[in-house]
Design a protein around this ligand. Sequence first.
Ligand code: 5GP
Ligand code: MG
Length: 179
Amino acid sequence: MKNQIKILDKEFILFIEEEKIQNRVTQLAEQINNDYKDKVPTFLIVLKGALLFAADLLKRIKVRCKVELISAKSYGNEMESSGTVKLKHLESNFKNKDIIIIEDVIDTGLTMKTLLDDINKYEPNSIEVAAILTKPNAIKTDVNIKYVGFEIDNLFVVGYGLDYAEFGRELPDIYVLKV
Ligand code: 5GP
Ligand code: MG
């Protein structure tokens, strides 16, 4: 891995290494396997940012489960939350299901709040959230995130599914914007 990368006009510095991410994902999967040992959860992957996290997490899930996809967009090509969230369901049969939403990062929490309100209308049995990153200092809503990979400061990060203007999602490590 490189210590520093450039995406378009911006420089980014190595922040969380692949090995550290993978170890944490293993721990989260163990926790979920334990919590859901008598259930059949439905993992709802929030595209596109959660793709890599979801793939790594799902490979370690040992309980019988289903996988669904949803796309949520709150950022344009900018680096601040736009305040509006667009949701696009690809499947919507959530009634009586035990849902685990897989998300990349909880920033203001607005996207997750919108998503939770939306999914709750389908009357699932339960909903929990797994996010590889949360930003406790940026949160503006009262969402409960049960499975958190890493708590980070109010920083802009890329890699491991997260993009800057759609680039950088393929990086196995997480990088932070150089200031
Ligand atoms: P929120 O609605 O919680 O403010 O924002 C959540 C969404 O904004 C995330 O799903 C993600 O797509 C995007 N986002 C928030 N923080 C970052 C960040 O540091 N880097 C990138 N690439 N996207 C972010
Ligand atoms: Mg996202």
